[in-house]
Design a protein around this ligand. Structure first.
Ligand code: NDP
Length: 329
């Protein structure tokens, strides 16, 4: 079987030579383990941080070892009573065609009505990030004017749609191309802009002349600075990600206007989705029906083949995806 290993650590943007496609033998299944043929795997921005040798909330990838991450597949052999052959499971051993893992580390998923990949996106980690980040980290209230960056991505596109369906007074998104901006309007955003077109500060002023109450930050940098200026009194920021800085080789400038947070009584709350795992049932009960009745739409950008997973990841960081970037194996 084949797997992708970390060949070297990137400096700046990752390149194909940081990855290595390897042919490896599968060990024997032990008691309590399952063998899964992965059908889809996720590439996510947080994996960029794991390519660095630094301490964080998830341990770094190791050189000459396979990468890992979210995947869904079919059990093809089982030495556990929990799973029979043919069962679809979600687990954490992506970046490989076959995975062997203890049954306790896999979750059964129902792929009869929903695509396997939805458990890596809209119903999975990015979906919960959007819901919990908006509701818990940003303490969203109906009537709030919401701005979300990275709005055409997996998390951002859901944040905007959930906010609109939950009674936001206005929902605005930023993204990196005209086509993405158009898609956001299709998804029901009240306004959207390409952050390459002039300053974020000016675009925000135009799109939200009355200011914003909630900023869902996927990008950091000048987006965060512009949002701090545009936030109303008692405004809240869910600090979800700072993708504009993930490939940086020098520490970024703090928002130069951070002191505005004092007078405006702003809350800036960083969060990690894992902290909100107890909100999964609430998330599914609220968002599930919206998915079923078509109120929420979700996009995917799909690449084929394990050998193309490194490029899919590189392209994700460069904005080639609309919605969730998925690799089908
Ligand atoms: P996305 O699907 O949004 O993909 C990443 C997107 O980031 C790209 O498509 C690109 O779109 C955008 N981007 C890349 N570089 C820049 C830049 N310099 N400035 C602005 N935008 C840029 O990924 P996810 O939805 O999976 O993740 C979105 C964010 O949420 C990330 O920051 C991620 O780290 C974070 N996250 C945090 C979690 C948590 O628990 N805190 C959990 C999951 C995700 P464009 O064309 O618009 O530039």
């Amino acid at each position: 079987t084949r797997e992708i290993q970390l060949a070297s650590r990137p400096s700046g943007a990752p390149t194909p030579d940081n990855f290595r496609l390897m042919e490896v033998d599968l060990p024997e299944l032990k008691d309590g383990e399952i063998l899964v043929r992965n059908t889809v795997m996720s590439v996510d921005p947080y994996m960029r941080g794991r390519m660095n040798d630094v301490k964080s909330y998830v341990p770094p990838f190791q050189i000459d070892q396979p990468l890992d991450g979210g995947a869904v597949g079919t059990v093809i052999a089982s030495r556990s009573d929990e799973f029979a052959e043919g069962q679809s499971v979600l687990h954490g051993l992506g970046w490989r065609e076959h995975a062997i893992l203890p049954a306790a580390r896999a979750t059964a998923v129902d792929t009869s009505d929903l695509r396997d990949s939805s458990y890596l996106g809209v119903l999975g980690m990015p979906g919960l990030t959007a819901y919990a980040g908006l509701m818990a980290a940003a303490e969203f209230q109906p009537g709030d004017a919401v701005f979300v960056s990275g709005a055409a991505g997996a998390v951002g596109s859901l944040v905007g749609q959930i906010a609109r369906l939950s009674g936001a007074s206005r929902v605005v998104g930023s993204a990196g191309s005209a086509a993405k901006v158009e898609r956001l309007i299709d998804l029901g955003f009240d306004a959207a802009f390409d952050y390459h077109d002039g300053s974020v500060r000016d675009s925000l002023k135009k799109a939200l002349p009355d200011g914003i109450d909630v900023y869902f930050d996927n990008v950091g940098g000048d987006h965060l600075e512009a949002a701090i200026s545009a936030l109303n009194v008692d405004g809240r920021v869910a600090m979800c990600g700072a993708i504009s800085q993930y490939n940086a080789t020098e520490p970024a400038c703090a928002p130069r206007n951070l002191a505005l947070a004092i007078g405006k009584r702003l809350t800036l709350r960083g969060f990690i989705v894992g902290k909100y795992s107890d909100m999964r049932d609430e998330f599914l009960s609220v968002v599930g029906p919206w998915l079923a009745d078509g109120s929420i739409q979700w996009d995917e950008t799909v690449r084929e083949g394990l050998e193309n997973a490194p490029q899919a990841f590189i392209d994700l960081l460069a904005g080639a995806n609309t919605g969730k970037m998925i690799v089908r194996l």
